[in-house]
Design a protein around this ligand. Sequence first.
Ligand SMILES: Nc1nc2c(ncn2[C@@H]2O[C@H](COP(=O)(O)OP(=O)(O)OP(=O)(O)O)[C@@H](O)[C@H]2O)c(=O)[nH]1
Ligand SMILES: [Mg+2]
Length: 442
Amino acid sequence: MAELKRTDLSVQHERVVLMAVLLPGRMINVHRPLDELASLAETAGAEVVDGLVQKLTKVHSATYMGRGKAEELRDRAEANEAGTIIFDNDLSPRQIRELEEITNCKIIDRSELILDIFAGRARTREARLQVELAQLQYTAPRLRGMWTHLERLAGAGGGGAIGSVGGIGTRGPGERQIEIDRRLVRDRVTRLKGELAKIDRRKQREVQSRATEFTVSLVGYTNSGKSTVMNALTGAGQPVEDKLFATLDTKTARWNLGDGQTALLSDTVGFVRDLPHRLVASFRATLEEVIHADLLLHVVDVASEEAPLQIRAVNEVLEELECADRPTLVLLNKMDIVEDPSIVQIVESRVGRSLRISGHTGVGLDAVVEAVSEMIDGAVVTTTVRFPAREGKLSSWIDQMATVLDRRYDNDSVELDLRISRTHLDQLCGRHPALTIVDQNG
Ligand SMILES: Nc1nc2c(ncn2[C@@H]2O[C@H](COP(=O)(O)OP(=O)(O)OP(=O)(O)O)[C@@H](O)[C@H]2O)c(=O)[nH]1
Ligand SMILES: [Mg+2]
């Protein structure tokens, strides 16, 4: 019976009971451990009817939580007529099975819930493919009867091969069906990876073509106000919602900083603690702008008492993307509704350079423009370089990465006057010993 329940992992319109197991060292608000999970569940369309918390020093390998507590969970679900229990933790396929036996409910873990939200919100083709890949990879080993799930994905826009197996599931999840499911999943994963690799290459070219521009990326916890700040700075018209994961793709707009100075500003998907690794990996194309940005603007909701935890979670994702040491300016957002100023002070003492702002009222945004403008001035230099004329590849690389102000030929060598970012100039010198810097100012 439990196997049949796990053919569809959506929790939309379901009455659910929440469960958080608190373990030492986990990033969670111990005073209100179910708050975020409740927002996630509601974002996914579920109706939260009850919640339970258990403190443990270590997990039980078979049932994750204590058996007695699992039975209490069953009673709570029964009393509230809930058919689904959502865990704030990630569970192994075996733990899910055991817990479904005990509670007689569908068990959804944290990653599955997040993936479900992403699936419901993905609008662009790129986002849909990315979510589907992450879902298949995370969910496949956890499902017995896959086909209903696959059909749902196909119906949701994944499209293609899966839809053509419609009807098979009516035979139920027998052994043979499991084999067919596994093969279908493998084939689909291969196809999705191929399509995503193509998108990835296109995105890389796109990002590279902007290499002569100064690029800035907004990053931050979901709902911290990234899109609001983006709109306030550029008038980009990004949708803003008091919901988790309102933005799932990346939008880039020109940011006019005054005095003819411009940069490209990108707004992208928000992060959340314990973001499934698969999801981060498959969202690489969407995060391409972040990965290559000259500067990160880390937006923090300092009106939330969870701000310090959220900063840690964002930094972990940045580490995973290998851009933890990128120049970063922290924007302490929602200053207009801060109730506890000590949170702002704590955050200020823990992060590097930060500015207090409100994307809503616009307070503090002038200082952001000024700070970024100064960074651009420091980050771009005017220089003269010389190299042998036969180095054609080097010449075309420079054409892509820099603005060539003047080009002079002298016997067998070329001399170029350039406007180029410091980072690119360092790369250039490191990779091409044949190149010499003749003159540099700024
Ligand atoms: N009071 C106040 N509310 C803000 C401020 N900035 C954003 N908000 C609100 O916070 C909510 C989330 O804002 P978004 O800009 O959508 O946040 P986001 O970081 O883009 O969120 P996701 O795309 O979902 O990750 C919205 O309801 C905004 O109106 C601010 O400075 N002050
Ligand atoms: Mg947003």
